[in-house]
Design a protein around this ligand. Structure first.
Ligand code: DUT
Ligand code: MG
Length: 587
């Protein structure tokens, strides 16, 4: 359940609440201390300069004079110390909050399911974890502090004025409502703008992120000018919205400024009149004129505070959305604990599946079993649902009908972590990290000894080309595997999948980009792995499928043929036609 903004912040300040409250108290106290200097000055003036016995006091009561001066210096020092301490407190609490929250959100994002990643754009997520989160920190560090400062200064001064002369204080309250009205108008006006501004920033980040990571496509199509123009467009929109938001304040500012500047004038005139008619002493008038800024400044600050607050509101909504997002696919409360290695039996029972938001079923009535140690090959034309099918085994998506069972247990009843640790998956579009080849292969098991890394590279027929690289296993591959060929990347990704010694190995077209000879080599080592393993292999080549224990032919999301190589040839259906086609090609 989503809490209100205030509760959310308070909840997440747990651990630093006391410190934060100390900061707030600090801000209140140093603002009250602002009054001491004018107060002491008024005492000084009335006692030693303009009061009835001023001359006499100055002569006989030097002691008191020095006390006043010392008090003023002392209080100023104390005040400075408090200002410093308070600033440090707000800064450290807000930085602590930022750090904690960013880790928490990153964690959240990491644990989301596929649907989440299909919904949110990377650039938008990045904006939430950086700019938006920083706006929340700014709220904690600056906005709240400024609000506290303004309110306490204003209130303290008002109380002091009331004590000095209530009529004078009332004069201020007559002007205040005008300022308030302007402020409310401004708030409504600027809030909407901040929401749009925030979307524009996210759009800008998304444009940059997509263009940079997709730069090879951009280059291939020589679309740089188009992309630059597109970015320029996003940049311009952001820039214009930014200007518009800033201008909103400039539109309201003159009114606030007029009232804020008018206030001292009115006060000084009214105060002057009171002094002339004797109800205000010269000292009091001095204190009072020395404090009119303490009334005017908080009014001036209000605009900035409200502006920042609206920015916070827009940003925090985005941050809180991620904060409260829940992965739909997660461990069931009564999930089975199965810490031991799985046997590797995979069963589909009348499974149907469609992607969220689309009614069209991608898979229908899929039923088959892969016994532990068996090899099941899946074949079928592009778009028939092969990748969708294998993604149901590690429970990347939830079935819409039927059941997927691993070791006889519905995957929805297994712990995700335990289930996925038993599955080695080499995906269709290979993603490698900017790390060494060694680091990429050992991704699933960081303590994998070097000989093991090399062994799995050998299994994946990758050791030869790795040996030829300048720094061998220590060669750093660029972002997403730049610097390697498609087939090389596939082989590293295969070695990575093997390196966790999975009970279930899933290969999604993993050898599509390697040559026939290398593929034969890979098939050979997959047959002779030194650990038991069920293999589910999506492949287009007969050379891969023919040795499988079972071949599934998928057409339009349905299994239309199932059996061994020989059985399916005898059937003279789709599989047979593919065999004929590929044999013809090979000879
Ligand atoms: N599909 C979606 N959303 C996705 C992925 C796929 O709607 O996130 C659709 C596209 C396609 C169908 O599901 O019509 C099956 O896609 P899949 O990727 O499973 O097809 P494939 O058999 O793996 O095709 P290929 O051989 O091209 O990899
Ligand atoms: Mg696919």
């Amino acid at each position: 359940m989503q809490m209100s903004r205030r509760k959310w912040i308070w909840e997440n300040l747990k651990g630093r609440r006391t410190l934060y409250l100390i900061g707030i108290i600090g801000a209140i106290s140093y603002n009250i201390l602002q009054l001491t200097a004018p107060f002491v000055v008024s005492r000084l003036i009335d006692t030693f300069i303009s009061g009835e016995n001023a001359a006499e006091n100055l002569k006989n009561n030097r002691q008191l004079f020095y006390t006043y001066i010392l008090a003023m210096v002392g209080l100023t020092l104390i005040r400075t110390a408090i200002v410093y301490g308070t600033g440090m407190t707000f800064e450290s609490v807000s930085q602590w909050f930022l750090y904690k929250m960013r880790n928490f959100l990153y964690n959240k994002v990491q644990r989301q399911d596929m649907n989440f990643y299909n919904t949110y754009r990377t650039g938008d997520l990045m904006t939430r974890l950086t700019g938006d989160l920083d706006a929340v920190r700014h709220m904690l560090a600056w906005v709240i502090k400024t609000i506290i400062e303004s309110i306490s200064l204003f209130t303290a001064t008002m109380v002091y004025f009331f004590i000095m002369d209530w009529r004078l204080a009332l004069t201020i309250l007559v002007l205040a409502p005008f300022i308030l009205i302007v402020i409310i108008l401004f708030k409504n006006n600027v809030g909407q703008k901040h929401r749009i501004l925030r979307e524009k920033l996210s759009g800008l980040n998304t444009a940059a992120q997509e263009n940079i990571s997709g730069n090879r496509v951009v280059k291939a199509f020589a679309r740089e000018p188009y992309e630059i123009e597109k970015f320029n467009e996003a940049n311009k929109e952001f820039n214009e919205m930014n200007k518009e938001t800033a201008l909103t304040w400039l539109k309201f500012y003159p009114y606030i400024e007029t009232f804020a500047s008018l206030m001292p004038v009115v006060l000084l005139v009214v105060g002057g009149l009171f002094m002339i008619d004797g109800s205000l002493t010269v000292g009091e008038y001095a204190a009072f004129s020395g404090l009119v800024w303490a009334i005017a400044n908080p009014m001036r600050n209000l605009g900035g505070v409200i502006n920042e607050f609206q920015r916070f509101k827009a940003a925090s909504a985005k941050v809180m959305e991620i904060y409260y997002s829940e992965a739909k696919i997660k461990d069931a409360d009564d999930a089975l604990d199965k810490p031991e290695r799985f046997a590797g039996k995979v069963e589909f029972k009348d499974v149907s599946f469609s992607y969220e938001g689309s009614k069209l079923p991608v898979l229908n009535n899929i039923t088959f079993t892969a016994e532990p140690g068996e090899t099941v090959a899946i074949m079928g034309e592009t778009g028939c649902g092969k990748t969708s099918l294998i993604h149901l085994i590690p429970r990347f998506y939830e079935v819409t009908g039927g059941q997927v069972l691993v070791d006889g247990v519905d995957v929805r009843k297994l712990k995700l972590q335990q289930l996925r640790k038993n599955i080695g998956l080499a995906t269709q579009d290979v993603l490698l990290y900017s790390d060494t080849i060694d680091g990429n292969i050992a991704y699933g098991d960081e303590h994998l000894p070097k000989q093991e890394v090399e062994k799995f590279a050998r299994y994946a027929a990758a050791s030869d080309f790795i040996a030829k690289m300048p720094e061998g296993y220590e060669t750093i591959v660029g972002e997403r595997g730049v610097g390697l060929s498609g087939g090389q990347k596939q082989r590293i990704s295969l070695a990575r999948a093997l390196a966790i010694r999975p009970s279930i190995l899933i290969l999604d077209d993993t050898t599509s980009a390697v040559d026939m000879e290398t593929e034969k080599q890979i098939q050979e080592s997959l047959k002779n792995l030194d650990f038991p393993c069920t293999k589910i292999i999506i492949a287009q080549r007969i050379s891969t499928t023919k040795n499988a224990d079972k071949i599934l032919v998928l057409q339009n999301g349905r299994i239309t043929e199932m059996g061994s190589h020989e059985e399916l040839i005898a059937k003279k259906g789709y599989y047979y036609s593919i065999v004929a086609l590929q044999m013809g090609e090979e000879v």
